[in-house]
Design a protein around this ligand. Structure first.
Ligand code: SF4
Length: 460
């Protein structure tokens, strides 16, 4: 079979789901039509378009049932850790314990999008003094107040120091509201000085060995707190096993990204790839199921490759995308404009790189945490983007600005300049609010123009 797999409306996606359920396709208990989530207020689902596959059905159901999973974990007596800001480190440690689950309350970032602002989280945040000068992460404070989304964690951790002002302000306000936080210090990553002992971090950044030691000692405090919470030791043996499992997720995702961002025709849509990447951060509260969901997506990609079947016509403009979009629907839009994803940097590439297995586990985790693209200079982040855009064969770079985000004020200029100098590619900066409908014509026009530029450049 060859040709293009079309994207499905939610109605058609739910019909596909019902067909699979009726036919007895093996599906986990959480799988089901998306309409049930719309009934709970997730209205944006009605406007998205979905990949036509059983793998995508499972991915979406997995994503949208995370809150139920967390409540079920609490009911089963498991301990819940709310890891904040580090995006990929503390959950690896927490899931090394048998009776602990971890999630990112930061994920409330997307709730105003998914519920099309009907949930009122920004209003609650505003009433706490967290207004729209801050990025959408302020929704997290509202979710702690109305308790309509995730259970209040038994332990809250948050990295500080080299952290954006937005997150720092929201987390401090949370603590003032009576949610104790175990803060841990993340130093601002700097380049090693001449003659200074240095290490290469996962992903390729270099840092002084002394900074890795600082992060390691901070993570030791997290280790002690997790062990005390779980009532069982969190030794190197347990951590090494946890790192191996996290690497399993990262390896599958790595292969999926490599194929989805390079193969012609494009075998997996941008929206599903964004969701798939997010699973690496905290496994959507079920590490084993993350492996299963990502493996199915990878299998679907291989099936399509064998059939020379893609989700877009051959030759779509190849865009590297920087920063997650506050409105998920924009991932559909880029494809409507004749483009495809060809590499991403969604603020957490350190959660995609494999964690070293040949070092003491705490040193590996510290190295990985320090490789966070957001704790070093924008020029480092730009260098990683240049390297990955070149490797994936990108033809243009889109920097998606996040409304209110403190780092977005200037980093786009730095990243754009370095990408143009190093790769000579066109770069566009777009601002994407949580519900971007009023800006649709502007966004579409700018992406159309970028695609046109890419296609013209091919004629040179
Ligand atoms: S400002 Fe950026 S890094 Fe900070 S919480 Fe918001 S999106 Fe995340």
């Amino acid at each position: 079979m060859t040709g293009t797999a079309k994207r499905l409306t939610m109605e058609a996606f739910d019909r596909l789901c019902r067909r699979h359920l009726a036919a007895g396709t093996p599906m986990p208990g959480y799988a089901g039509p998306l309409a049930r989530h719309v009934a709970d207020g997730d209205r944006r689902l009605l406007k998205l378009e979905y990949d036509d596959s059983a793998a995508a059905l499972r991915l979406w159901s997995f994503l949208l049932t995370e809150e139920e999973r967390l409540h079920a974990a609490r009911a089963a007596g498991m301990k819940i850790v709310g890891a904040m800001k580090d995006l990929g480190t503390v959950p690896v440690m927490a899931y090394s314990l048998p009776n602990v689950v971890a999630f990112y309350p930061d994920g409330a970032w997307w709730t105003p999008c998914v519920m099309e602002l009907s949930e009122g989280l920004f209003g609650i945040a505003q009433s706490l003094g967290l207004g729209d000068a801050l990025c959408p992460v302020r929704a997290m404070a509202g979710a702690f107040i109305n308790q309509a989304h995730f259970p209040i964690p038994d332990l809250l951790t948050c990295s500080v120091g080299a952290t954006c002002d937005d997150f720092s302000a929201v987390a401090q306000r949370l603590e003032s509201l009576g949610h104790p936080i175990l803060w841990w210090e993340m130093p601002s990553r700097r380049r090693p000085e001449s003659g200074e002992a240095a290490v290469t971090l996962p992903g390729g950044f270099r840092a002084p060995a002394s900074q890795v030691a600082v992060v390691r000692s901070e993570l030791e405090r997290i280790r002690d707190a997790l062990a005390a919470l779980a009532g069982s030791p969190l030794g190197d043996v347990e951590l090494a096993a946890g790192i191996r499992m996290a690497n399993r997720v990262r390896r599958i995702l790595g292969e999926l990204r490599s194929l989805a961002y390079t193969v012609e025709p494009c075998p997996m849509p941008a929206l599903e790839m964004l969701i798939a990447e997010m699973l690496a951060i905290h496994f959507c509260s079920d590490r084993a199921e993350s492996v299963a969901v990502l493996s199915l997506l990878l299998q679907e990609v291989h099936t399509r490759m064998a059939a020379k079947r893609g989700v877009l016509p051959t030759g779509a403009a190849r865009l590297f995308w920087v920063n997650p979009v506050a409105d998920l629907r924009v991932m559909n839009l880029l494809e409507d404009c004749g483009a495809r994803l060809c590499g991403t940097e969604f603020l957490f590439c350190h959660a995609l790189d494999e964690i070293p297995e040949d070092l003491p586990p705490m040193e590996s985790l510290a190295s990985m945490a320090l490789a966070d693209p957001m704790v070093g200079p924008s020029a480092d982040r730009a260098a990683r983007i240049v390297r990955d855009a070149r490797a994936f064969g990108a033809e243009a770079v889109v920097i998606s600005r996040i409304p209110g985000a403190s780092h977005c004020a200037l980093e786009g200029t730095v990243i754009g300049r370095i990408v143009r100098e190093e790769l000579g590619l066109p770069v566009v900066e777009l601002e994407v609010p949580p519900v971007a409908d009023p800006m649709w014509p502007t966004l579409k026009t700018r992406l159309d123009a970028l695609v046109e530029t890419v296609l013209e450049r091919r004629k040179r």
